[in-house]
Design a protein around this ligand. Sequence first.
Ligand code: ATR
Length: 265
Amino acid sequence: MDVYGLIGNPVEHSLSPPMHEAAYEELGLYARYVTFEPPKDAAGDAIGAAETLGLAGLNVTIPFKEAVLDAVEPDDLAARIGAVNTIDLSGDRPTGHNTDAIGAVRALEEHDVAIEGSAVVVGAGGAGRAVSFGLAEEGMEVAIANRTVEKAHDLAAEVPGASGHGIDTLSDLLSGADVLVNATSVGMDEDRSPVPADALHAELAVLDAVYSPIETRLLRDAAQTGATTVDGAWMLLFQGVEAFERWTGQAAPVEEMNRALRGRL
Ligand code: ATR
């Protein structure tokens, strides 16, 4: 049996187990996906233990995404992002990847959004980093807007072709933009949006990384302007789909994984 896992702290409410196990069931794979909650300072030990026990692959979530870099061989994108969420344990040495970045891209593509032109990413934390690198990697011109403007400038200096801005400039930034991503925690379990409603317009595609609630204030405002909306569950889904495909070498049963995920939201 192949055992896959997730390390994080806390992980008890993770939606990854039902999502991945739905894929195993659909494809008839003899595999399980389990969660582990190592102590917060034990990222390296956890990777070593996974290797010793013969786990097939690991996902990584908060607070370990940066710390595991020392224990794996990161690919180019994960090294530049400075965070790993997927570890492949099938080779001699564990390799680290970041499927959050491509997850955002695939979530947009699934909704027929062209990954070209200009994108505004709100937020310069972990999610903002992954999304900014992911969109820039695909050739988009990325403007990063953050409440703490220095963090936007610092991140923009690392992302190819990106610019950094204060969150108060969103209306200007969005007037000619094609894609908007909320990568802040604003809107999570609250009816608040990080973007003024009158800055949104029908030519935008809006992805909210927040998935609780599934329809955030931002997505509601965006839908009212006629914008294309993509909820955060799509991003969560496609980071999982990418991890599954990397581990198994098989095309993921996206529909079944999506159904399992949304059934738990
Ligand atoms: P994550 O890893 O989920 O991205 P994080 O690294 O803590 O979490 O980053 C949270 C992001 O949400 C940051 O961009 C943060 O802005 P600051 O850098 O200014 O802190 C943003 N954020 C959190 N609360 C916010 C609020 N009330 N208004 C605007 N931005 C907020």
